[in-house]
Design a protein. Structure first.
Length: 94
């Protein structure tokens, strides 16, 4: 955005000072709005990081639980096969 100077501003120092003060006021307002938007964005990003960390921990627990269930099922199958093998072996031998 180019700032154009009027003829009055070029010729009158007081008008120039007043217009510059107004420009700086507008600029400061814009910077304040930008700062608040950036702060809001930073807060949102922090919340997303926290949620992602919590979701990751939850997913890890889910995977560990599923693996434990599969291992328990396999172990119970092995135990059952071993018990059945012990009961079948004496019958075959005797």
């Amino acid at each position: 955005m180019a700032i154009t100077q009027s003829r009055l501003e070029r010729e009158n120092l007081e008008a120039h000072v007043d217009l510059c003060a107004e420009r700086y006021r507008v600029l400061e307002e814009k910077l304040i709005r930008l700062e608040s938007k950036v702060d809001g964005l930073a807060d949102t990003m922090s919340a997303m990081v926290e949620k992602q960390s919590a979701d990751k921990a939850s997913n890890n627990k889910l995977v560990i639980g599923a693996a434990a269930t599969v291992i328990a099922g396999l172990l119970s199958t092995v135990v059952l096969l071993l018990l059945n093998l012990q009961t079948v072996t004496p019958m075959m031998g005797g």
